[in-house]
Design a binder for this molecule. Structure first.
Ligand SMILES: [Zn+2]
Length: 93
């Protein structure tokens, strides 16, 4: 009996949650280009690798200046990681 009531409640809850979630998903981040926070939308970073500063294409956005949610920057190379202004983001390898 209690289970039945629970299921009923769950049904309601999930229906509610679904509505909330889909409402949330209808505010897609992908619709608007999000500026890359690593290069601040410039698409380039100053890399001090090797002793002298040089401009490198931002590995996080591939030089587009737009944040790529699915992009794996860690695979793109460590040069950009060296230039990343947020050291907390750097993976401890
Ligand atoms: Zn970038």
């Amino acid at each position: 009996m209690a289970r039945r009531a629970g299921a009923h409640g769950l049904r309601w809850a999930s229906r509610y949650a679904r509505g909330l979630v889909s409402a949330d998903e209808e505010t897609p981040e992908a619709a608007e280009p999000v500026p890359c926070t690593v290069c601040r939308g410039t698409g380039t970073l100053i890399s001090n690798l090797g002793g002298s500063p040089s401009n490198v294409a931002c590995a996080w956005c591939e030089g587009t200046g737009t944040f790529l949610p699915d992009h794996d920057a860690q695979a793109a190379g460590r040069a950009a990681a060296e230039a990343a202004p947020a050291p907390g983001d750097a993976p401890a390898e």
